[in-house]
Design a protein around this ligand. Structure first.
Ligand SMILES: [Mg+2]
Length: 248
């Protein structure tokens, strides 16, 4: 083996909001990412910081995240080995530049999916009104492409968010994949998945040939399974959707 590469989900795996740190016995939280207003809204426990430092010292660490470029730049951890953003829509190579060939393909497929995502927004607005939910939905993308929709409830009304998920599932059956993990509901076109993007990264951007690379995967959600399955070893936080025994 020439080297080790870790594909790591970020939110819920390497850091989380402060309330989610409180049930975790792994030490005092330290700042990990900022909100748009510059305040710190994501924290690593000492245990997560120790894990990150150990992985970084052992090899390459490549984030595989739903975050877009702007929110990825608000993460304070020193990533220098490339990144997979937007649920796989955008790949940055180790030089920090977009994988243009990959982006061309994903942006083209995202254009085809745009009407479905617009409908998802309309359904969300209508259902939130009907449910008296404060859930807010928005579209997320990069480089001129819109890749997916996300809805969150500022008051953490997860019951209403679950009902919104059911509404989206029945109205968009067969047209979208819908993930919910905590206060995070995402609607993705079927093509969008971290798995194929990690496969592409393994083919084109690894520092070493895949056959000589030990690939580790770290994730917390059902939406991470596609890329975890490509790795030689899989890790998840014990207190997570995957650690608790699988998707709910
Ligand atoms: Mg996560």
């Amino acid at each position: 083996m020439a080297g080790l590469c870790v594909f790591a989900d970020l939110d819920g795996s390497l850091f989380q909001t402060l309330p989610k740190c409180s049930g975790n016995a792994l030490g005092t939280p330290v700042p990990a990412a900022e909100a748009r207003d510059g305040s710190c809204n994501s924290f690593m426990t000492e245990g997560q910081e120790l894990l990150f430092k150990a992985l970084k010292a052992a090899g390459a660490v490549v984030p595989a995240t739903a975050r877009d470029l702007e929110s990825f730049r608000r993460v304070k951890l020193p990533f220098t080995d490339g990144a997979i953003l937007d649920f796989g829509g955008l790949i940055l190579g180790p030089d920090g530049k977009a994988d243009e060939e990959w982006l061309e393909g994903s942006a083209s497929r995202a254009r085809d999916a745009a009407p479905m995502l617009e409908r998802a927004l309309e359904i969300s607005a209508r259902a939130s009104g009907k449910l008296r939910s404060d859930a807010r939905a928005r579209l997320v993308g990069d480089m001129g492409a819109v890749f997916y929709m996300v809805a969150k409830s500022p008051s953490r009304d997860l019951g209403a968010l679950g009902l919104l998920k059911s509404e989206l599932e029945s109205e968009l059956a067969g047209e979208a994949r819908i993930w919910m993990n905590g206060n995070n509901l995402a609607v993705l076109p079927p093509f969008l998945d971290k798995g194929p993007a990690v496969a592409r990264f393994m083919d084109r951007h690894l520092p070493w040939p895949r056959g000589e690379t030990l690939a580790l995967g770290l994730g917390d959600s059902a939406s991470d399974l596609g890329f975890l399955e490509l790795c030689d070893f899989r890790m998840f936080p014990s207190a997570s959707q995957l650690g608790a025994g699988g998707p709910k």
